[in-house]
Design a protein around this ligand. Structure first.
Ligand code: FES
Length: 594
């Protein structure tokens, strides 16, 4: 058949190609390199899959094309790379007709969603950031639901590492924010989440499955056992107990209560990370489906049983024995909640938060007891605690050491996790959740111990009659000024003032949240920055656009500003992947094309 389909274009005569060795066909979705090597003709995307350098400028030897930029090597026939970091180069069908070379100009896959799913699997397995970015972009462009991408990365992370890690925490935190993110930020969020999971698993020992017990003891016994195994650091026993609870069909709220009770056997375990990881594992299952509980939940057990508790630290023992204070109060919790359960309508969250920021640990504990007697549920207490911890960040004094931001951050993310867990547990099992409510006492003491971070306190913008009139007023100018502030170091107070300005003018909180997300997602952010962003936004949604809500977003902005800018290398990778996926030329230099 001599009549070519419309998908094919004429590249040139075979004679010309043989004489020149290579030709480039322009137009269409992307430039195509046509190469004649030892009598055979091949066509490939002319843009190196690594960073887009024109492959026509590379060299061919023994069937291998070498890019002349970073020297990635490709099999001419298949386009497959010998250098995994560079990715495979797409190839194009070639037809020879009456001495002329025709090439197909459209690139594609029979099942794009399946292709990009496999590429994400490859990228995760070999920790290839560029491949991960392209695969996330490709899946989104193929209308794969965001939750499917989260599920693939989460299950990879759960199975390819012997325990929950920061990658899964970042993935879950960012996935929680997806419904609030514009398209570009959603792509970045999925990319960052997946790449951190891959990095976490790189070189790690895969997880070994354990089995539930053959019996099905009642949930109360399983809860007691999990606490016991946690106390004696018996990981296998703890995992089998948890797996038995899952196999027995114990509902998520009771599983949450069981794990929270076990994790609070130690005070503020691993500076709060233990509880944060547990909460994130539950949130991960909300996102990817509870049918994966057997795979995901046991991943938190190893870290939980190995964690160090605050009771081992001097600060919690001297000059005041805070652990003893917590233990004493914990013994009273059943009676206190019993007394308060008949009282309804408690809503003093904000005043309680101010009391929790006090200087006297006994008075802080007394304030919590009084609130419980007055009808506050555990989730009410943790809500106050989370606001108090956000105020620590919002008022973080600039004279503190930079590392102290993490001290403030640890308390905030711990109490946010506690709040989410206590909300999940609810009040359906009042007798049972009392143990888990010990976390409130631990959180309150952790907050007390960070009081020095607010000496002297930073001023909250707008307080004391401070005028913000000199700042921009319209949404877009405030956004630009905020992002500009994040472009420079130590713009903590300016970022806070711009956030206050935006909210006090009544602009949309969603627009501000999108800007803060953009600021974090364009950086090579650390684990804590993602946690702070997500915890802050979650707590803001509890309060809404009130003074308290504004203080919480000010805290987020101040923390992010203190950690910006970074090199933004990951953003560059994401940008290159997107530009390669969208087609067009990435590098056009004079004389580079024929
Ligand atoms: S190896 Fe080709 S652009 Fe880097």
């Amino acid at each position: 058949m001599d009549v070519p389909s419309r998908e094919f274009v004429l590249a040139g005569s075979l004679e010309e190609l043989k004489a020149r060795g290579r030709l480039v066909v322009h137009g269409g979705h992307r430039p195509i390199l046509v190469i004649c090597d030892r009598g055979r003709v091949f066509a490939l995307d002319n843009r190196c899959p690594h960073m887009g350098f024109p492959l026509e400028r590379g060299s061919v030897e023994d069937g291998i094309l070498t890019c002349h930029w970073h020297h990635a090597r490709f099999d001419l026939q298949s386009g497959c790379t010998f250098d995994l970091w560079a990715d495979d180069v797409p190839i194009s069908p070639v037809e020879l007709r009456n001495g002329q070379v025709w090439v197909k100009t459209t690139f594609g896959h029979a099942d794009p969603a399946a292709h990009w799913r496999q590429r994400l699997a490859d990228g995760l397995a070999h920790d290839l950031g560029l491949v991960i970015a392209k695969a996330v972009h490709g899946q989104l462009a193929s209308d794969v639901p965001q939750a499917d991408i989260v599920r693939q990365a989460a299950l990879f992370g759960a199975l390819n590492r012997d325990g929950w890690g920061v990658g899964l925490t970042i993935l879950t935190a960012l996935a929680n924010l997806l419904p609030m993110l514009p398209e570009e930020e959603a792509y970045l969020a999925l990319f960052h989440g997946a790449r951190h999971v891959a990095a976490d698993c790189d070189g790690e020992t895969p997880r070994r499955e354990r089995a539930p017990l053959d019996s099905r003891p009642d949930p109360a016994a399983l809860k007691r056992w999990l606490r016991r195994w946690t106390t004696v650091r018996h990981r296998e026993a703890a995992e089998r107990t948890l797996l038995t609870a899952i196999a027995a069909g114990v509902p998520p709220a009771m599983l949450a209560d069981t794990l929270l009770a076990a994790s609070t056997e130690r005070a503020f375990a691993d500076t709060g990370h233990t509880l944060d990881f547990i909460n994130k594992a539950f949130e991960c299952l909300d996102l990817i489906g509870w049918e994966h509980a057997v795979t995901v939940l046991p991943t938190v057990v190893g870290q939980m049983v190995a964690a160090r508790g605050a009771e081992e630290s001097t600060a919690w023992r001297q000059p005041v024995d805070l652990v003893a204070l917590c233990d004493e109060a914990a013994n009273e919790l059943p009676q206190l909640f019993a007394a308060g359960c008949s009282v309804h309508g408690w809503s003093d969250h904000s005043p309680l938060a101010q009391e929790l920021l006090g200087d006297e640990p006994v008075r802080i504990i007394d304030a919590l007891k009084a609130a419980i007697r007055a009808g506050a549920a555990p989730a009410d207490l943790s809500r106050s605690l989370a606001y108090g911890a956000a105020l620590r960040v919002a008022r973080f004094g600039n004279a503190n050491e930079h590392a102290d931001w993490e001290t403030a951050h640890h308390v905030f993310t711990y109490v946010n996790a506690l709040h989410q867990m206590l909300k999940r547990i609810g009040t359906a099992h009042t007798d049972e959740h009392v143990t888990a409510a010990r976390g409130v006492l631990h959180g309150a003491m952790a907050l007390y111990l960070t009081r020095y971070l607010n000496v002297p306190p930073a001023r909250i913008p707008g307080e004391g009659g401070e005028q913000l009139d000199g700042l921009p007023a319209d949404v877009e100018t405030i956004r630009a000024a905020l992002l500009d502030a994040f472009d420079r170091q130590r713009q903590v107070d300016l970022a806070a003032r711009l956030v206050a300005r935006h909210l006090k003018l009544g602009h949309s909180p969603q627009a501000l949240i999108a800007t803060l997300a953009r600021a974090a997602l364009r950086e090579d952010a650390g684990f804590h920055a993602y946690q702070m962003l997500e915890a802050g936004i979650r707590q803001f949604t509890v309060w809404g656009n009130t003074d308290e809500g504004q203080h919480i977003l000010i805290a987020v902005a101040r923390y992010l500003a203190a950690h910006s800018p970074t090199e933004r290398a990951a953003l560059q990778t994401a940008d290159i992947a997107r530009r390669l996926m969208r087609g067009g030329e990435l590098h056009q230099e004079e004389g580079a094309s024929s």
